[in-house]
Design a protein around this ligand. Structure first.
Ligand code: NAP
Length: 254
């Protein structure tokens, strides 16, 4: 019997690293549920780009900061798995959606803290929990952390602490989901040229060249440095990699 194509759900796949990951997975023949929060048109163009290379994708709205919406989202995922792939479960969850807030420890507001916490920690925790019944036994989860959970750069106390939490959560997920043969890893990108944090890494020449000077491979990362790395982590060849933090940064701040 022909093996069914695998399916991934990538949060925040309308732009940046999530988009690049969705495309990299689609190139490997994996179907993708692309989620967007505010960028519906961009998400639809990711779906079209995937269709153009012969792949299959669908875009769904998701606000990962709003746990009250997760039950409805799960219903929509179920429906879309049925409508598009005639199946009830998917294989890979990539918890990528995120925002950057630059503020020193002294200046971080409670509002910024809560916003970051809701998206980067609470959202990942409860979205994954709600999606568990839809993830196949033997499936995989990749959470997105950041080089900033290891490298200490002023201005990211709240953000980086929350990425640190995701690294701990990854180990707990791996431990508890192991009985279902679900492997869970965390990918920590270095600074990458996307819209993240107002696009500073990409658009501010001083920040860009500073990061390049701190990186062993001598440049700042681009989305293509990340999507393929996540897709290869999700390949059969990497099935025994579990509970690991994999930094993908070109050797930043060694
Ligand atoms: P980006 O280009 O700004 O894209 C962010 C994505 O997240 C968009 O698709 C956006 O969707 C989505 N998103 C934002 N808020 C959301 C919410 N409340 N609910 C659902 N989706 C939401 O950022 P990126 O650089 O690709 O970052 C992706 C991940 O990598 C984040 O977790 C980030 O922390 C991490 N990371 C980035 C870097 C970097 O330097 N770029 C480095 C390390 C780690 P809409 O546009 O549809 O609203």
């Amino acid at each position: 019997m022909e093996e069914k194509a695998k399916i991934a759900l990538v949060t925040g796949a309308s732009r940046g690293l999530g988009k690049n990951t969705a495309l990299a997975l689609a190139k490997k023949g994996i179907g993708v549920i692309v989620t967007y929060c505010s960028s519906e048109a961009e998400a639809n163009s990711v779906v079209s780009a995937i269709a153009k290379i012969g792949g299959q994708a669908v875009a769904l709205h998701l606000d990962t900061s709003d746990t009250k919406t997760f039950e409805d989202f799960v219903v929509k995922v179920k429906q879309s798995l049925q409508d598009n792939w005639q199946t009830e479960q998917f294989d890979f969850l990539v918890n990528n959606a995120g925002i950057g807030v630059y503020a020193t420890f002294a200046e971080t507001t409670e509002e910024d803290f809560d916003r970051l916490m809701n998206i980067h920690v609470k959202g990942v925790f409860f979205l994954t929990q709600k999606l568990l019944p839809l993830i196949k036994d033997g499936g995989r989860i990749v959470n997105l952390s950041s080089g900033l959970a290891r490298i200490t750069l002023p201005g990211y106390a709240a953000y980086a602490s929350m990425k640190g939490a995701i690294e701990v959560l990854t180990r707990y997920m791996a431990k508890e989901l192991g009985s279902r043969q679900i492997a869970v890893n965390v990918v920590a990108p270095g600074a990458i040229e996307t819209d993240f944090g107002g696009g500073a890494v990409r658009d501010n020449p001083e920040i860009n060249s500073f990061i390049a000077s701190q990186t062993a491979l001598g440049r700042v990362g681009v989305p293509d440095d990340i999507g393929g790395a996540i897709a290869s982590l999700l390949s059969e060849e990497n099935r025994w990699v579990n509970a690991q933090r994999i930094e993908v940064s070109g050797g930043q701040s060694l």
